[in-house]
Design a protein. Structure first.
Length: 108
């Protein structure tokens, strides 16, 4: 019975740490760039775009398709950075726990 109480205590502690990490990730901002830093996209920890910067040299008639591609590429770069940071923080939080490979955290 003592082991169950210890396990319950660890689970509660883990839940509190996970909640804290999720709150930190909400304030996280990551930049992604493309076109030699001519386009910059900023995403928050939830993957929502919070900023977009486009160098004026890209604002030329007939260059719309290139600009669209650069925005998509910058967004993808930022999204990858957010996912990488989330995975890193989750791994730190769950270090030593027997979590099955491929299990996605945080929950919800």
């Amino acid at each position: 019975m003592k082991d169950i109480m210890g396990l319950m205590s660890k689970a509660k502690e883990m839940q509190e740490k996970m909640q804290s990490m999720q709150e930190e990730l909400q304030t996280l901002e990551m930049d992604g760039t493309s076109g030699g830093d001519l386009v910059k996209v900023t995403l928050n920890g939830k993957g929502q775009m919070t900023g977009l910067s486009i160098d004026p040299s890209l604002m030329k008639e007939g260059e719309g398709e290139i600009l669209e591609d650069l925005i998509v590429a910058a967004h993808s770069d930022a999204k990858g950075k957010v996912e990488e940071e989330t995975a890193r923080r989750t791994q730190e939080l769950t270090a030593g726990l027997p979590i099955p490979p491929g299990m996605k955290l945080p929950f919800g």
